[in-house]
Unconditional design. Structure first.
Length: 94
């Protein structure tokens, strides 16, 4: 295991810190919309994710999500990617 000195670690992690974060959710009839975003003004990189839940069969709900971001994980902090997903959920956002 490699251990970096605290000063070097601070220099690596500092640009990755989120300086602005916003989460919102809205319910309209049986559809729920959630938005999550964050932005680092010093690097001008950020993240946005939009998720939507909708009724399927009985209590089972469908879930769709789309995100555009820099650095969803630490290993790809300098790589921009767009992700889309579909699935099911057992609970509501709100």
């Amino acid at each position: 295991m490699v251990t970096l000195p605290p000063k070097m670690m601070s220099r690596i992690i500092k640009p990755l810190q989120r300086l602005f974060e916003l989460d919102m959710a809205y319910k309209w009839d049986s559809i729920e919309l959630g938005v999550s975003s964050r932005h680092n003004f010093s690097t001008n990189k950020g993240f946005i994710e939009v998720g939507l839940t909708f009724p399927q069969w009985g209590k089972l709900r469908g879930y769709a999500t789309a995100s555009d971001d820099y650095g969803e994980r630490l290993i790809d902090y300098n790589y921009c990617q767009t992700l889309f997903g579909l699935g099911i959920t057992l609970n509501n956002v709100i």
